[in-house]
Write a protein that binds this ligand. Structure first.
Ligand SMILES: [Zn+2]
Length: 179
């Protein structure tokens, strides 16, 4: 075998190795995609099973789950409150009979004609709007507080850095005076 044969063999081998590596990477990413999709299917299934169990067997739930069930109930209540606030802000009144969305000012449901509780809705509107602003204000206050905490932490760090720089400067000065 001549030198050219060896060279061409080496090149072919290198090309094969590269092709194999590319294929491996493609296979790997396919497999991890498939794993991710299986994982999310499993999570969906667990969620469905959990919901069904909560709906049908929550009274028989073991004690260690009671607290979590209470938390879930509280979150559901909060979600319902938030939904109401959204409807009020969107100027919508939902019919209690058929769940059709009507204008807040409507006296009767446009779908089934059920009388809508208009005066109450108006009172709720003002009340709920104030609540929404209160919630927003509280959130803003919370954010400002956190930002101030972060700023304080940064300033503390600045002090540490300053002290360190001063210490090094002093050391250098001392060494220079000794020389
Ligand atoms: Zn209706």
């Amino acid at each position: 075998m001549g030198i050219w044969d060896d060279l061409s063999k080496t090149i072919t081998n290198a090309a094969n190795v590269t092709a194999q590596k590319t294929k491996d990477i493609a296979d790997l990413s396919k497999l991890s995609l498939s794993l991710n999709s299986k994982e999310s299917s499993l999570t969906d299934l667990y969620t469905e099973i959990g919901k069904a169990l909560v709906e049908d067997f929550s009274e028989q739930a073991p004690a260690e789950l009671a607290e979590k069930l209470q938390q879930a109930e509280a979150i559901k209540q909060e979600m319902s409150d938030i939904r109401k606030k959204i409807l009020v802000l969107k100027n919508i009144a939902v019919c209690p009979e058929c769940a059709t969305e009507n204008e807040l000012a409507a006296k009767f449901c446009i779908n089934c004609g059920t009388k809508l509780a208009e005066p109450v809705a108006q009172a709720v509107l003002v009340d709920e709007e104030e609540n929404v602003f209160e919630v927003v204000e509280d959130k803003i206050e919370e954010i400002i507080e956190k930002a101030e905490e972060k700023l304080d932490a940064v300033f503390d760090k600045d002090d540490v850095v300053e002290d360190a720089v001063e210490a090094v400067q002093e050391e250098v000065l001392e060494e220079k005076t000794e020389e």
